[in-house]
Structures are given as structure tokens and as C-alpha cells.
Ligand binder design. Structure first.
Ligand code: SF4
Length: 716
């Protein structure tokens, strides 16, 4: 950390757009110094003009992040033996002693799989990497999963199945070149605002050169800017994608050269989509035939089609199949590996991509390796300097499986780091009951008052972004160094340091002896050599000197010379070198509407709030933008349910009941209602939307269907 404050450059710690920020010391922000309640001067932030991902643009969350860094912070480790007691301060030494004693006992009993960690896309890559080394290497359990499981694991699985590897093949510049932007299951205007503004700017400059298509049951700020809005019935997206393919094959033309040269399994796919006739698709999706024909024409006849998606596609019990259905359209039309085209998954968290690279899910190892591959395990054990066979051969427990394990009294230690699952998980009452049964719940957290902390025995104060150095990778595969520019708050420590110290105290002193985050990163990069996500040419030093870089960035690469797009040579990392068509029949929603629960609830996000509000909830300007959660309901449904605009409504599913103020709006489809997911039980206006949602998940990605559940709405 610099001794005297100077301007620093970093990446925004909120969404996966990963905007570059310029951070101005309190005294040099060009205006009166703002201070926190305790007198701490606030740092100011603005968009970094030199960062290629945002070119100086920034949204209100990134512009105000400096105001949330010092408020409501956890200052020292706290401990209690049972949830009914008050927390008492303890030293770090005591906290480590407690952890070491408990872990050693568990290992002595050969119950290493009774330990699990639930991490976060808020981690830096160094935090992610050492968490893998600690759990998967030192402790011998693959029970590390992250909130990315709830966010984009269907994208990971979908890319891997269709293209042979994870890794979005596109870049943000494609927004400046595409002729069609096909946005499905994403409210980009609110959830990835800087990217959306880039697209809108282009549309304004060249209205005839770009068409925006939005597929969403709800009219959003995104769909209102679209040329074509397909307000399909919830859960019918795969039927729509097959219907588009049907018309492309039958009428508008496909890319036979690309299919012939670069793909496999086309015949099986063509047979399947031949069943998805326009009549069938429009009946299921609830759209007009002219809309279906228009979107098929755009896909079949346009120069560059860029598809963008996020949780509306991923958070589905057939999320991987829907991602496959979307990539199929790109293969059918040859819209991949070229300028302005490709399937582009937008990540929710700022470093979800880095987590994927570091192996931060229960079935992964660093460098896009797999736990169930013996040579992958051996390669990682060698770099980790662990005994052969240290890494278990079976994938660990995914997010929801960790909850089930606690329910079955199979977990002795559950460690949550940098996230708040007691707001973000589905079926929250079941989660609360399960967590109460776990004998030791550890929560590493920067702030006080998180809902998950209410269920912890041991609270560890974590240094957050701005107080620790590390790298993050954004949605376009761009890696940015985020330096430490403020002192750590109280006794808080960087997550990677906590993991390293614990590793040393557990007897792995040689393997966890790091003097800096740069050293941790350096070890991680060696594990990416020759992989799709190769960053072996990157280091903290290079990123500091040369600025953010996109991967692949192999050893000896020239800065800024790396490939902006993947698969430009039509060669894919599958066994055959060809991309695969995925032929799967749509399943629809796991919990469709019924007589007792006649409406479909979908949940989402507001522009000015982030995830579970632990940080954005502390910024007055953001709170004023969205003072409360609102239930969106169509006028016809409101009348049927007997609820009035501005009054409180009760929303009940098979699992729980919440209340929210009613916003009657024609923006939502008849039969659907919407709630934001931000407000947990510790907020003044609690509205635990995810408590209503079910946990049924995609069998491939294990991502729960957080996007849709059946509810009934009544007057509260
Ligand atoms: S768009 Fe995302 S990354 Fe960019 S400033 Fe806003 S929240 Fe931060």
C-alpha cells in the first residue's frame, strides 16, 4: 500500500461487467472531503478512461462504492459456543486455535468430507486459489462451492458441453459491431448497466445497423429499448430457441459450410427441431407468429448476431439445456469466432470468472481442470506440493448439497466467506433449519449485521476490496489488478491470508508459505499454462505496469496483443475439434402454476442495489433510489387477487410467505409477478423473496431454478 495516498486504478467490486475505476484520495477528489460518521474521509471513484472494458463509463453503484467501505464494519474476531449466546471478542490466535483443534479432530476421525466451504465471486483470484488448495489439497475434501453456483454454473456447463471448454468467446467490442443483439433472460439495463449504455449509444448512432431483440416475460428498462420484445411465458425459452432454429432451417438459411467443417451431431439436432413448428412454439410461448418469424429472419440473415444472457437463462432446472439451445443457434448460423458475434454469458459477480479459472466450484480444479480426471488431479498435486492422492477423486458438495448435508447432520464445519447465503439461497426456511444443526458455522465477512452472521459461531473480520491486493477477471476475460489503497479495517485480514495461516497451522507450512498476493497469483498462473484460460504470462507486476489484459495470455505474450475472441479458427477444444449441437427437448418449469398457486413469481435486481445489500444498503443515494421492495403485478391479476396499488400484499408459495407493497403495472405479463431479491430478514423492510423459491436444480449444472416458482397473492 502506498505511504502517501495517490490516485489508483482498480476494477469495480460489484457486477461482472468489471468496469475500471479511478480512485481518488479523499483530499484530491476536487471537492469538499466527505466523511463517514466516525470522521473517516471517503475515497471518491470515477470511471477509468483507460480501462478498455468501460472506457470511462461507470454506473451509480461503482460511482458510490467509496461511501460504503468504512461503514458498519466487523473489526475483530467474535465467537460464541451456541447460537443462543451473545458473541464475545476473541484474538486471531484463539480463532485459529479453535479452527485447528476442530479440523484436526475431524481429520483424525477420517471425516474430512464433514467440512465444507461456501465462497464467493467477491473473492479475488488469490483468495479463490488458496481456498482450493486448503480444502481440496490440504484437507482432502472437494467440498468447496461458491455463490457462482447460483449465478452462472449453467453457463459453465453449457459452454463446456457445446464448445468443449468453459470461457466466453466474445468481448465487449462486439457490442460495437454486432448487427443483432439478442438479449435473453437478462435485464442488462439494470444488472449490467455500462454494457447496456454502450449498446444503446451504438443504436442511437446507427439505428439501421443494429436490431435489439429482448426475450423476457417482463417489460424492463432493457426491453423498452428493444426493436422486438418477445414477452414469452416463463420457462418456455428452450421451446422458443428450437422454434427459431426450425424456421432458420426451413426458410431463412443456415451456414452449411460452418456446420460441415466445425460441428458434430447436426442431424440429430435438425430432427429434433423439425418437431418445433411455429404453431406449436407460439402456443407454448404465448407470442405471435410474426414475432417468431422476424426473430428467425434476424438470426438467419444478419451479419453478426451477439447473444447476451445471465440469470434468466442460468437459474433454471434446465439451465444447461437452454444455454445449449442458444449456442446451437450460433453454430447453425456460423455466428461465433468472428467480430460482432457469439454466445456471451454475462456474469453476476465481479470475479466469478476468476473463480472458474481458479477451480472455485466443487467439481473443478485450477486451470479449468476437473476433479474426476486423474491426470488433472496429479498435475495440481504436483504444483501444490501435496502427496499423490491428496485430492479426492469425487466432486464435492455443491451449494444446495451442502445444505442437505447439514440437514442430515453430515457437516461438522460449514465456512461461509464473502457472501450471504441466508438471503441468496432458495427455500430459506429450510436453509435456516439446516444451518442451525451444524456444530460449527464460520463466517468470514467484512461487515456486521449480515443475515448469515446471525447463524455463525465464529465471525472472522475480512479485509475487503480496497484493503487487499489481488486480481479479478471480468465477463470479457479481462484481468485487472485491484491494489490495496486503504488500511485494513480494525483487525481484518485478507481471505487468502486467513487460508494461508490456517494451512500453515495445520502442518502445511511449506505449501502455504506466501509473503504476498503476487506470490500466490504467480503459483496459480503456472496451473493455467496451455489451457484455454492461459494466464501464465501475467503477473501482478505486469498488470500494474501495463494495465488490464485479456486472456489467453500465455508466457511471453506482448501486452494487449492477446486474442479478443476465442475460436476464430473454427477449432474447438473437444475430442474431435468440433463444436457439438445439443439436442434436448424442453421440460418447462419445475413448479408450474396450479389452482392453489396460480401465479408465477420471478425474482430479480434493481439498478441501484447489489446482491444482498451488505454494501449498497449503506449508501444513502442508493437507498433513496429504491427505498423498498415492490411486488409488480398486472392490473388484471391485481383485480383477481383483490390487491390495490400502494397497499401491502401477501405472497405465498409452498414454502413461505412474505409481504410487499403492490405496484400495479402492465409491464408484467398476466400470470406473472415480480419481486426484487435484495431485502433479507435483517433489513428494515424485510422481504425474503428467495424464501419463496424452490431448490429444484439443473441436473448437469446443479444450479437451482431461482427464477420461477408458483405463488398465490392476497391482500396482507
Ligand atoms: S456496471 Fe457493474 S462493474 Fe460497472 S460500475 Fe456498474 S456495478 Fe460496477
Amino acid at each position: 500500500m502506498p505511504e502517501k495516498p495517490v490516485n489508483v486504478n482498480s476494477q469495480c467490486p460489484y457486477c461482472g461487467v468489471g468496469c475500471g475505476l479511478e480512485i481518488l484520495p479523499p483530499a484530491e477528489a476536487g471537492r469538499a472531503v466527505r466523511r463517514d460518521a466516525d470522521g473517516t474521509p471517503m475515497w471518491a471513484t470515477r470511471g477509468d478512461r483507460n480501462h478498455p472494458s468501460n472506457l470511462g463509463q461507470v454506473c451509480i453503484k461503482g460511482a458510490t462504492v467509496g461511501q460504503a467501505l468504512a461503514r458498519g464494519r466487523l473489526r475483530q474476531p467474535l465467537y460464541r459456543t451456541s447460537l443462543s449466546e451473545e458473541f464475545k471478542p476473541i484474538t486471531w490466535d484463539k480463532a485459529f486455535e479453535l479452527l485447528v483443534d476442530r479440523i484436526k479432530q475431524i481429520l483424525k476421525d477420517k471425516r474430512q468430507h464433514a467440512i465444507a466451504m461456501y465462497g464467493s465471486g467477491q473473492f479475488h483470484t488469490e483468495d479463490y486459489y488458496l481456498a482450493q488448495k486448503l480444502l481440496k489439497g490440504a484437507l482432502g475434501t472437494n467440498n468447496f462451492d461458491a455463490n457462482s453456483r447460483l449465478c452462472m454454473s449453467s453457463a459453465v456447463a453449457g459452454y463446456s458441453r457445446s464448445l468443449g471448454s468453459d470461457g466466453p468467446p466474445c468481448c465487449y467490442e462486439d457490442l460495437d459491431h454486432c448487427s443483432v443483439a439478442f438479449l435473453i433472460g437478462t435485464n442488462t439495463a439494470e444488472c449490467h448497466p455500462v454494457l447496456f449504455q454502450r449498446l444503446i449509444k451504438r443504436k442511437k448512432r446507427h439505428p439501421r445497423n443494429v436490431s435489439i431483440v429482448v426475450v423476457d416475460p417482463r417489460a424492463t428498462a432493457t426491453s423498452k429499448a428493444a426493436d422486438l420484445h418477445l414477452a414469452i411465458a416463463p420457462g418456455t425459452d428452450l421451446a422458443l430457441l428450437h422454434g427459431i432454429a426450425h424456421l432458420i432451417l426451413r426458410d431463412t438459411g443456415f451456414d452449411s459450410d460452418f456446420i460441415e467443417e466445425a460441428t458434430e451431431d447436426f442431424a440429430i439436432y435438425a430432427k429434433l427441431v423439425s418437431e418445433w413448428t411455429p404453431d406449436r412454439v407460439i402456443a407454448i410461448c404465448g407470442i405471435q407468429e410474426s414475432q417468431l418469424r422476424e426473430v428467425a429472419r434476424l438470426w438467419g440473415r444478419s451479419k453478426g448476431v451477439l447473444s447476451l444472457w445471465s440469470m434468466g437463462v442460468n437459474q433454471r432446472r434446465e439451465g444447461t439445456a437452454v444455454v445449449g439451445g442458444l449456442i446451437n443457434l450460433h453454430l447453425l448460423t456460423g455466428q461465433i469466432g468472428k467480430i460482432g458475434a457469439g454466445p456471451f454469458s454475462l456474469t453476476g459477480q465481479p470475479n466469478a470468472m476468476g473463480g472458474r479459472e481458479a477451480g472455485g466450484l466443487a467439481h473443478l480444479l485450477p486451470g479449468y481442470r476437473l476433479v474426476d480426471n486423474p491426470s488433472h488431479r496429479a498435475e495440481v498435486e504436483k504444483v501444490w506440493r501435496m502427496k499423490p492422492g491428496s485430492i479426492a477423486a469425487e466432486p464435492g458438495l455443491s451449494a444446495w448439497q451442502q445444505v442437505e448435508a447439514m440437514e442430515a447432520n453430515e457437516l461438522d464445519l460449514w465456512w461461509v466467506a464473502a457472501t450471504n447465503p441466508l438471503v441468496s439461497m432458495p427455500n430459506l426456511e429450510r436453509v435456516k433449519a439446516a444451518v442451525r444443526q451444524c456444530p460449527l458455522v464460520v463466517v468470514s465477512e467484512a461487515y456486521t449485521g449480515s443475515e448469515t452472521a446471525d447463524y455463525a459461531h465464529l465471525l472472522l473480520p475480512a479485509a475487503q476490496w480496497s484493503e487487499k491486493a489481488g486480481v479479478m477477471t471480468n465477463s470479457e476475460r479481462r484481468v485487472t489488478l485491484c491494489p490495496a489503497y486503504r488500511p485494513a479495517h480494525g483487525e481484518s485480514r485478507a481471505d487468502w491470508k486467513i487460508f494461508a495461516e490456517l494451512g500453515c497451522r495445520l502442518g502445511f507450512g511449506d505449501q502455504f508459505n506466501y509473503s504476498s498476493a503476487a506470490e500466490v497469483y504467480s503459483e496459480f498462473t503456472t496451473l493455467t499454462k496451455g489451457k484455454v484460460c492461459d494466464v501464465s504470462g501475467l503477473s501482478h507486476e505486469l498488470l500494474q505496469e501495463q494495465g488490464p489484459q485479456q486472456w489467453p495470455f500465455p508466457l511471453d505474450s506482448e501486452p494487449s496483443s492477446s486474442s479478443k475472441r476465442l475460436y476464430t479458427n473454427w477449432h474447438f477444444p473437444t475430442a474431435s475439434g468440433r463444436a457439438r449441437f445439443i439436442a434436448e427437448q424442453p421440460l418447462g418449469l419445475a413448479e408450474p402454476p396450479s389452482e392453489a398457486y396460480p401465479l408465477i413469481l420471478t425474482v430479480g435486481r434493481y439498478l441501484g442495489q447489489w446482491h444482498t445489500m451488505t454494501r449498497t444498503g449503506k449508501v444513502e443515494r442508493l437507498k433513496a433510489m429504491h427505498p423498498e421492495p415492490l411486488l409488480e403485478i398486472h392490473p388484471d391479476d391485481a383485480e383477481r387477487c383483490g390487491v390495490k396499488h400502494g397497499n401491502l400484499a401477501a405472497i405465498r408459495s409452498r414454502r413461505s410467505r412474505v409481504t410487499a407493497k403492490v405496484n400495479i403495472t402492465a409491464d408484467i405479463r398476466i400470470g406473472s409477478v415480480f419481486l426484487p431479491m435484495h431485502w433479507g430478514f435483517n433489513q428494515d423492510l424485510a422481504c425474503e423473496a428467495n424464501a419463496l423459491m424452490h431448490e429444484q436444480a439443473c441436473p448437469i449444472s446443479k444450479q437451482p431454478e431461482l427464477k420461477a416458482t408458483a405463488v398465490v397473492v392476497t391482500q396482507a
